[in-house]
Design a binder for this molecule. Structure first.
Ligand SMILES: [Zn+2]
Length: 515
């Protein structure tokens, strides 16, 4: 037995357990009115992304004509600094732009104006929900730096011809680059990080950060290490071409699996850049990674360095809106909603605002006596109807809460009517659908369509007596102990009232009559 144990132990020791180390590089196009270093319109600003027509938003500066000079866009700098403050970064009081030199046909100047050793923001963090289900707490992902640069143009490869076209609309659009510490350990954590970052960018109104539209581009640096090795001893592989949150998770999971297989075979991982092929669900080698000094960075001679004051930074901090984490805490204490509901309602700033406007209207209606239900009940009802029904309508039409025709006042009125039992839930669906389509007033819709719940017991009793008179067999069945008979009779009454009867009242009257 002893010998056997020793053998097992040695086998365990020889089986290396690999831990992934992942750092993210995220580029976000900023939606400033104009481009980064010229007065051209930034196509991102219209919300839908780029211009369809190529080379319309261009000028001598952003096409790199000799003799032109860049003028930095201060709004873009402010946007990056706002992200920095939202992510707990230190803002540098001294900063500058640098030239990153490389040749590529989509880069008209032959260099990109970027930032090397003095980025606008450094040393921040972002908390994400921990993917380790054992820990209910969040996980802190360190942020190394956030800097600002200009985007490149776009190459277009028409099918069946032997040339390539270039579109400079995107050239010189302000581009934020955020680099994380190697704190991420799975594809899921990387996805959660990118989703949180998108949410913050949208809250700040600095970008739509839509991955499918290329506003937000994520790259992951992935390496593996064995438990007894140094965390950063593995060979880094960079994975690019990831254009959705789902693919962030899948690409990284695939790459971890691939590197594990390579290492388990006793081979070495090659330092390279790989692209994610979403059709095949795999990463494919693109090129061997060049190191940083290949770019021959040097200070941009055409833009003087920046100096910011502490006063400027604190004023900017004061301009920040309430951010998602703080809003979530406040929603929990102020409205007592379940965690899942809060996550949905605060997922978008506009949705959270709509809910709060509805609640404020409801509170007024309760105070004035227009609504008699308890506040607690109706604010939860409002949350439920916004989360399930309203979002379903919006989702079907691929619309945003900003496009909604229902005013917060009308929505609050609708919730009050429903909460007070003046309409039943099936009538509520009809009313809400009509309100969604026309933006109409709920009371008017209920009146026009005769949807008010029948609470008048005298009138109901007459209808019930009529139904009972026609259904002697069901009465006998019920008395013989068949509960389904009661359901059938209720259905008949509801049909006779065209769904307007209050089901609880119907059930009560029926039971009384059937004893
Ligand atoms: Zn321009």
């Amino acid at each position: 037995m002893g010998v056997c144990n020793v053998k097992i132990l040695s086998k365990v020791k020889l089986m290396p357990k690999y831990t992934p180390v992942i750092g993210m590089e995220v580029h976000v196009e900023l939606k400033t009115k104009s481009k980064m270093f010229c007065a051209c319109k930034n196509g991102m600003a219209n919300g839908n992304g780029e211009e369809k027509e190529p080379n319309v938003n261009i000028c001598p500066v952003c096409t790199g004509q000799p003799g032109t000079l860049p003028v930095p866009n201060m709004e873009a700098i402010k946007f990056v600094q706002m992200v920095g403050l939202a992510l707990g970064c230190e803002l540098r009081l001294e900063s500058k732009f640098d030239r990153k030199n490389y040749f590529y046909p989509d880069l008209p100047k032959g260099y990109q104006i970027s930032q090397y050793d003095q980025p606008f923001c450094e040393k921040g963090f972002l908390n994400i929900a921990a993917s380790d289900k054992q820990q209910a707490v969040s996980k802190k992902i360190g942020i190394t730096r956030i800097h600002l640069e200009e985007d490149t143009g776009k190459l277009v490869h028409p099918k069946g011809v032997d040339y390539t076209l270039v579109d400079f609309n995107r050239a010189c659009v302000p581009l934020m680059e955020l680099v994380t510490e190697p704190d991420i350990e799975s594809g899921e954590e990387a996805r959660l990080f990118c989703q949180k970052l998108q949410q913050i960018c949208r809250y700040l109104g600095i970008s739509d950060a839509d991955m499918e539209k290329g506003h937000m581009r994520c790259e992951a640096n992935i390496s593996l290490y064995k438990e007894w090795e140094d965390k950063l001893s593995g060979t880094k592989v960079e994975v690019k071409n990831i254009n959705s949150f789902k693919f962030v998770e899948k690409a990284i999971a695939y790459e971890i699996e691939r590197q594990t297989e390579v290492l388990e075979k006793g081979d070495r991982v090659v330092q390279e850049t790989r692209g994610y092929d979403s059709n095949r669900g795999i990463t494919v080698s693109q090129r061997v990674k060049e190191s940083a000094h290949d770019y021959r960075y040097f200070p941009e001679p055409d833009i003087p360095p920046f100096k910011f004051t502490e006063e400027y930074v604190s004023a900017l901090r004061g301009e920040l809106p309430e951010l998602p984490a703080r809003k979530e805490e406040r929603f929990a204490s102020e409205y007592g909603l379940p965690k899942g509901d809060i996550e949905v309602l605060t997922s978008e700033r506009d949705l959270a605002q709509y809910y709060e406007e509805v609640v404020s209207e409801i509170r007024e209606k309760i105070q004035s006596g227009e609504v008699v239900s308890s506040e607690d009940k109706v604010i939860k009802l409002a949350a439920n109807y916004i989360i399930s029904e309203l979002r379903r309508h919006l989702g079907n039409d691929e619309k945003n809460i900003r496009d909604i025709k229902i005013t917060a006042e009308n929505f609050a009125e609708f919730i009050g009517i429903l909460g007070d039992g003046k309409i039943n839930s099936s009538a509520a669906q009809i009313v809400l659908c009509e309100m969604y389509k026309t933006g109409g007033d709920p009371s008017q819709i209920i009146e026009e369509r005769n949807l008010a719940q029948m609470n008048d017991t005298g009138e109901l009793e007459k209808i019930i007596d009529d139904v009972l008179a026609k259904n002697q067999k069901s009465i006998d069945d019920y008395k013989a102990g068949k509960d389904n008979a009661l359901k059938f009779l209720m259905g008949q009454v509801m049909a006779a009232t065209k769904g307007a009867a209050n089901p609880q009242v119907v059930q009560e009257i029926l039971k009384n009559k059937l004893v």
